[in-house]
Design a protein around this ligand. Structure first.
Ligand code: G3H
Ligand code: 13P
Ligand code: ZN
Length: 316
């Protein structure tokens, strides 16, 4: 059942974070739904502009509709990840999305506000909620690359002004994470004191943590043992830190890279160990099972595992 993103945040705020997982293909969708159902968690399926281009918009949306039909007991929201203005409007007008992200964080403050405000007006007129971003995460997302030097933590005063003026429904904050597999190169982890300052100015307001993959060392080692060449500097967020972020207002946690690592490990190991094989359904099946296991584990860390029936009851 597709629900509004806001309804999930209302139930989750301060108690658990909703996992927001990117998908690009059928196998990811199958694993995602299975993992969330096995761990009895509500979740957010998110589609990036890259995913819309890769899979074709109609195809990726049809995959989600089909997964919803196959698993009518699942409770989830559908979200555009890192949208630009044009894509946000496309998603709003399509009527399929629960929420869109407008990411104008690479623009100066006033321009970010102006762009976000336009998207909010159009989205709210259709009953769709909007996630915006303030501050700059490091790493690579779509066509924007931000190196660590230029990454910028979210300013708490600006965050309050931004939300007041744009009326966006949730805010992605930069608190030390970055996209991709190389986070925290030689530096500390999350900036909890910054998060607490933001929450003080925006009480009861859902904050979003991007760049939240854990990049497990064991996963990287297995990939490399099977022919991969991922540098040992690959590092992610300690998943035990989610529990500290939740009472500080983080209601949505974005995870993509970890799923790619699972895919890479399963496929590399499969073909290394069975070089005579060429039926892609073999590793595909294994990937679905492994991805489901990963999702269930992650939901345990987010605190969303075991919440499905509570959410169903609250939604009526
Ligand atoms: O933040 C970016 C997400 O990981 C999506 O990645 O744009 O390569 O699909 P993508
Ligand atoms: P990761 O690269 O850490 O998985 O972050 C994903 C993300 O923020 C998607 O918007
Ligand atoms: Zn992101």
């Amino acid at each position: 059942m597709i629900v509004s993103t806001g309804s999930l945040f209302e139930i989750a705020y301060g108690r658990f974070a909703v996992g927001a997982y990117n998908i690009n293909n059928m196998e990811q969708a199958l694993g995602l739904f299975r993992g969330n159902l096995e761990s009895e968690a509500p979740f957010i399926v998110q589609i990036s502009r890259g995913a819309r281009k890769y899979a074709n918009v109609k195809m990726i949306e049809a995959i989600i509709r089909a997964a919803d039909e196959i698993h009518p007991e699942a409770i989830f929201a559908v979200h555009l990840d890192h949208g630009d203005e044009e894509t946000a409007y496309d998603c709003i007008d399509s009527g399929f999305y629960s929420s869109v992200m407008i990411d104008a964080s690479h623009h100066p403050f006033e321009e970010n506000i102006a762009i976000t405000r336009r998207v909010v007006d159009r989205a709210h007129a259709r009953g769709i909620s909007v996630e915006a971003e303030l501050g700059m995460l490091g790493g690579v997302e779509e066509d924007v690359k931000v190196d660590e030097k230029h990454a910028m933590l979210t300013d708490p005063d600006e965050a309050a002004e931004f939300v007041e003026r744009t009326e966006c429904d949730s805010l992605a904050v930069a608190i030390g994470t970055s996209h991709g597999a190389y986070k925290f190169s030689g530096r500390k982890g999350l900036h909890f004191e910054r998060l607490a300052e933001i929450q003080r100015r925006l009480p009861n307001y859902p904050l979003v943590m991007h760049g939240s993959s854990s990049v497990p060392r064991s996963e990287v080692e297995r990939i490399n043992a099977a022919g991969g060449a991922i540098p040992s500097s690959a590092r992610g967020v300690n998943a035990d830190e989610f529990a500290r972020a939740v009472p500080l207002g983080v209601a949505k946690v974005n995870i993509d890279t970890d799923g790619r690592l699972v895919w890479t490990r399963v496929h590399r190991e499969f073909f290394r160990d069975q070089p005579e094989k060429f039926d892609f359904r073999g590793p595909g099946k294994e990937y679905v099972a492994e991805y489901a296991r990963f999702i269930a584990h992650k939901n345990g860390k987010l605190g969303s595992a075991g919440r499905l029936e509570e959410v169903r009851a609250a939604l009526g």
